[in-house]
Write a protein of this length. Structure first.
Length: 345
């Protein structure tokens, strides 16, 4: 029996060593493939915006860790869908990647928006640059100083939003009814900046938006963040409660939690970098490692921080899980989100 055990153990060790050797050979072959090649990096918006800035900051480091040249290709159109489709439909050789507005692309896919021919969960994700942490801000001149105040209000809480189906609108109409908030969503503002101006004037009491867009108003004393979207409090907002902390205080916490998990996944897709479906696994693994090294490179982190660029890296493997959660809602929950995205709530 001892001899049999030792033989089995030896076989296991040999198999592990061969697998490790095979992985090393594949990585070496992938590195050799990319050496001297050109990678088209799609940006689905015009030059000068946040997606473009992230891409141009990352490009030198991706060149360093892939051995390839990174060619930035701006491809604006259809609210980011043109670029997303271009990445998805590219030849599966690993020579086209790009950054996408993941949350918006998920909502477009869920609602069946014309032109959304991609499938978010089928991308080969390299990783995420930043998440889209959502926060509810209330004007300092409003009577609402906490999320508990908002929930307890006997009068309509006036929240501002951009167009029907936009992220500020979806945030409000998903969370408000879920937490029994008596609210009225004033929508149709041209931009989030216009919503903030209305907040500053006191025309509305508050608004949902990204953390990045809220910070300046907080610093200026114009509004206060009363709740955040992530299940755990962000290190950037240790004193602001997560909306998940209020779930167990509500009726039907199980159903509410399912909605909030789906909403969080939608936000967590954030700004990922992806390659098309069908790229050989060894090339995907190589690109994921190059992306990880790039976004954690101390020099890159310093430059991003100096440029006030938020970073919230998640691996390609984790991003694949997030994308599946965001697009794999139960029919009942999906119905709620589609209604919100279509402006029917």
């Amino acid at each position: 029996m001892r001899r049999t055990f030792l033989k089995g153990m030896a076989a296991t060790l040999v198999a592990g060593a061969l697998a490790s050797l095979g992985g090393a050979v594949q990585a070496e072959e992938a590195a050799e493939f990319y050496k001297g090649k050109s990678i088209n990096w799609i940006v689905p918006y015009k030059p000068g915006g946040g997606y473009d800035e992230y891409s141009r900051l990352l490009a030198p480091y991706m060149e360093k860790y892939t051995g390839a040249r990174i060619d930035i290709v701006n491809l604006p159109g259809a609210g980011g869908m043109k670029g997303a489709n271009e990445i998805f439909d590219a030849p599966p050789d690993g020579l086209t990647v790009g950054i996408i507005n993941g949350s918006a692309m998920v909502t477009n896919e869920l609602a069946g928006i014309e032109g959304a021919s991609y499938k978010v969960a089928e991308y080969n994700f390299l990783g995420r640059v930043a998440a889209d942490l959502r926060v509810l801000v209330m004007g300092t001149n409003s009577p609402y100083k906490s999320f508990a105040d908002v929930m307890a209000s006997e009068n309509d809480v006036l929240l501002g939003a951009t167009g029907l189906g936009g992220s500020t609108y979806v945030d409000a109409v998903i969370t408000g009814p879920a937490f029994g908030i008596k609210q009225r969503v004033i929508h149709g503002f041209n931009s989030s900046t216009d919503v903030r101006q209305a907040l500053l004037r006191g025309d509305i009491a508050g608004m949902w938006g990204s953390l990045g867009s809220a910070l300046q108003g907080v610093a200026d004393g114009d509004h206060v963040i009363v709740v955040q979207s992530a299940p755990e409090r962000s290190p950037a907002l240790p004193d602001v409660p997560s909306i998940f902390e209020f779930i167990d205080k509500m009726d039907n916490p199980e159903g509410l939690r399912e909605i909030m998990v789906a909403w969080d996944a939608l936000n967590a897709v954030g700004r990922p970098v992806a390659a098309p479906p069908g790229v050989p696994a060894e090339r995907v693994a190589f690109l994921r490692e190059a992306f990880r090294k790039s976004i954690t490179d101390p020099d890159f982190v310093a430059k991003a921080t100096t440029g006030d660029r938020e970073l919230d890296y998640v691996s390609g493997e984790k991003m694949a899980e997030v994308a599946k959660t965001a697009t794999g809602m139960s029919p009942k929950v999906k119905e709620i989100f589609v209604a919100a995205i279509r402006g029917e709530l």
